[in-house]
Design a protein around this ligand. Structure first.
Ligand code: SF4
Length: 379
C-alpha cells in the first residue's frame, strides 16, 4: 500500500461543467460554460503531460462538476488522455461520476469501451419537492432510466443520496431509501446536508427562507440509514458510505488512509511526496496558466510529520469497519498511536464513543453519531 511519501497509485481528474448550479453546491463546478469544454480538455492534457512520464495507478476517479455533461466525443477524448497518462494497473478501479439526465446509451458505451468500470450516480433524492429545494435539475424517474443503461455495462455502480434536506422528515427519507434499495445498489453514499458558506442554499438559510431539519430528526434519519442498509447487506464501511462486500470504493479508501494521489483539473487537489496542493478554482485562470505552460497550483501545504500523523488517525478512524489499526498506523506514519493520542482515545473509550481491542480503535454505534466532535478532538 502506498503512503504520501511514495509515488501515488491513484489519480483524480476534475471536470467542472454542469447543466445548472445546484443550490447547496460548493464544488468547483460551473454552468453555462460548455463552450469551453474543448479548450478545457486540451488544458487537462497539457497538465497531465507536465508529469513528463505516464504513471500507472490502481484507481482513477473522474469527478466534478458533471463529467457526463461532456458530449460522447469529448468523453472519448478525455478517456484516451487519461489512459495515456494514468494507465490503469490490471484489476484497477476506474470511476466516473454521472448525473441522471446527462447520460445516454452512447455515452455509457463510450465509458465502458474506454476502460471505466464503475459509475457513481448523483441521485440525491427521489422526492420532486426535495430535489427542487436542492435545486437539482433532474427528475426522479431519470435515475432508473440511467440505470437501465448502466446496469448491463457495469458490475460496480453507486448512488449518492442526501438526508436532512429542508422540508424532509423521517418518513420521506425512509421512502427515499426504499426507492433506492428497490434499484438494488451495491454501494450507497448517504450524506447529511451541509450548508456550505456562500452557496445559494446557505444564503436562503441565513435569511430565514429555509428551515433546517432539527438535530433529532436528522439523527433519526442517519440511525435508520445504518439499520436499514445493514439489514440489506450494505455495511457501513465509512461514516457516510455503505457497500456490499467487495463493492467499497477503492479510490476513496486511498483518501481515508491519507495515501498519496495525483489530481488534475480546475480546483483539483493532489498529495504527492508529502505535499498537498490545490489547483486554482477559477476556470479562466486555470486555462490561462496551463496554456502558458505554468502549473495551476494555488494553496500548497507541507505537513510536518506530527500533524500529518494526527490527520491520518482521523481519516483512518472514519473507516467504521477497519477502524484505526495501531500497526498499520505506525507503518504509515512512523508514530506510535498511544504516544500521540493515548489519553484522548482512553477518554472516548471511557465515555463509550470508541472501542479499543488493543489492536484497533473504532467508533461504537453511539460514537458514530458524535464522530465529528471526536475527530476534531483527535486533531
Ligand atoms: S450537479 Fe453536482 S457538481 Fe454540479 S452543481 Fe450540482 S451538486 Fe454541484
Amino acid at each position: 500500500m502506498s503512503n504520501p511519501w511514495v509515488w501515488p497509485r491513484a489519480a483524480y481528474v476534475h471536470i467542472p461543467f454542469c447543466a445548472h448550479k445546484c443550490g447547496y453546491c460548493d464544488f468547483a463546478s460551473l454552468a453555462g460554460v460548455d463552450h469551453l469544454a474543448d479548450r478545457y480538455l486540451e488544458a487537462l492534457g497539457r497538465e497531465m503531460a507536465m508529469m513528463k512520464e505516464p504513471a500507472e495507478v490502481d484507481t482513477i476517479f473522474v469527478g466534478g462538476g458533471t463529467p457526463t455533461r461532456l458530449d460522447a466525443d469529448q468523453l472519448h477524448r478525455l478517456l484516451e488522455m487519461i489512459r495515456r497518462w494514468y494507465p490503469l494497473a490490471p484489476g484497477g478501479e476506474w470511476t466516473v461520476e454521472a448525473n441522471p439526465g446527462t447520460l445516454d446509451e452512447r455515452k455509457v458505451d463510450v465509458l465502458a469501451a474506454g476502460g471505466v468500470n464503475r459509475v457513481s450516480l448523483g441521485a440525491q433524492s427521489f422526492q420532486p419537492d426535495l430535489l427542487r429545494v436542492l435545486e437539482r435539475n433532474h427528475a426522479p424517474e431519470e435515475v432508473p432510466k440511467a440505470l437501465d443503461w448502466i446496469r448491463p455495462m457495469f458490475e460496480h455502480w453507486s448512488f449518492d443520496l442526501i438526508f436532512g434536506v429542508p422540508g424532509s422528515n423521517l418518513g420521506l427519507w425512509r421512502d427515499d431509501l426504499e426507492t433506492a434499495l428497490a434499484l438494488k445498489p451495491s454501494h450507497l453514499s448517504c450524506y447529511g446536508l451541509v450548508y456550505e458558506k456562500g452557496t445559494a442554499l446557505w444564503k436562503q438559510w441565513n435569511a430565514g427562507q429555509v428551515r433546517e431539519v432539527d438535530e433529532e430528526s436528522e439523527r433519526a434519519m442517519y440511525a435508520h440509514t445504518i439499520e436499514r442498509l445493514g439489514r440489506e447487506g450494505l455495511a457501513m464501511y465509512e461514516i457516510s458510505n455503505f457497500a456490499r462486500p467487495g463493492h467499497e470504493s477503492r479510490h476513496n479508501l486511498v483518501y481515508w488512509a491519507n495515501d498519496a494521489y495525483f489530481g488534475v483539473g480546475v480546483g483539483a487537489a493532489r498529495y504527492v511526496s508529502g505535499v498537498r496542493e490545490v489547483n486554482t478554482r477559477d476556470l479562466h485562470a486555470y486555462l490561462r496558466r496551463i496554456e502558458a505552460d505554468e502549473p495551476a497550483t494555488g494553496p500548497t501545504e507541507t505537513l510536518e510529520p506530527e500533524p500529518r500523523a494526527r490527520e491520518t488517525a482521523v481519516l483512518m478512524l472514519r473507516r467504521t469497519i477497519v477502524g484505526l489499526d495501531r500497526e498499520d498506523f505506525t507503518r504509515r506514519t512512523g508514530f506510535d498511536l498511544d504516544t500521540l493520542a493515548g489519553p484522548t482515545i482512553a477518554k472516548y473509550v471511557e465515555s463509550g464513543l470508541l472501542e479499543d481491542d488493543g489492536r484497533r480503535v473504532r467508533f461504537t454505534p453511539d460514537g458514530i453519531f458524535l464522530a465529528d466532535s471526536v475527530l476534531c478532538d483527535l486533531v
